[in-house]
Design a protein around this ligand. Structure first.
Ligand code: URA
Length: 200
């Protein structure tokens, strides 16, 4: 079946799931959006105020910076898929709890399985920890890691959360550089047989 339709049906299932944490205090489910046929997924942390109001990921200040970063490598939002590790807003934008991340896991995994991306860019330490447990973001940001995820090879690129870049100029500059190396990776992904790729 068409991936976009499969995702739509999956979203309906998630909307109907009353067991999900954070649901009661939230205005909207933020399922994620973009191109269901993309090779590249971005996974953030969780909806903030504006995301909760609009039901869309990364539409506040961090989202504006993410848009700039994508623009800097000539990638458009509509060409990738953007989602989060938790899908309802944690109160006051607190960090998501371990049990909340766990409760949403089956849905995030489901989205990844439907889209079947070649590259996953994690934004911030919570989504990074899903694929690269135990690493430290200041040491690994911008690097490319080939991992086996449920029998499939995926390249994971851990990035600082865009909001961290808005707080510290140094992090902002590093993230801008990391996106340039992401652009090189995406170009390779388009050109060569993915399995043969040599990673930096
Ligand atoms: N921060 C996130 O991690 N995700 C969003 O969707 C918005 C801000």
């Amino acid at each position: 079946m068409d991936k976009a339709i499969t995702l739509k049906i999956f979203k309906q299932k998630m909307l109907a799931d009353e067991s999900l944490p954070l649901r009661k205090g939230a205005n909207n489910l933020v399922f994620g959006e973009g191109n269901a046929d993309t090779k590249v997924m971005f996974i953030g942390e969780g909806p903030g105020y504006w995301e909760d109001m609009k039901g869309r990921p990364f539409v506040g200040n961090a989202g504006k910076f993410l848009d700039q970063l994508l623009h800097s490598i000539k990638v458009e939002r509509k060409d990738v898929f953007i989602t989060n590790i938790v899908f309802y807003r944690p109160p006051g934008n607190r960090d998501p709890l371990e049990e909340e991340i766990f409760a949403f896991k089956k849905y995030l995994d489901g989205i990844i399985e439907i889209i079947n991306p070649k590259v996953i860019v994690t934004l911030g330490r919570f989504s990074m920890a899903k694929f690269l447990p135990g690493v430290i973001i200041s040491k690994v940001h911008g690097k490319h890691y080939k991992i086996n995820w449920k029998g499939k090879e995926i390249v994971v690129v851990p990035m600082y959360h865009p909001a961290a870049g808005l707080r510290r100029l140094e992090v902002k500059e590093e993230t801008m550089r990391d996106f340039q190396t992401l652009a090189e990776l995406l170009e390779k992904t388009n050109k060569v047989d993915f399995e043969q790729m040599q990673l930096v």
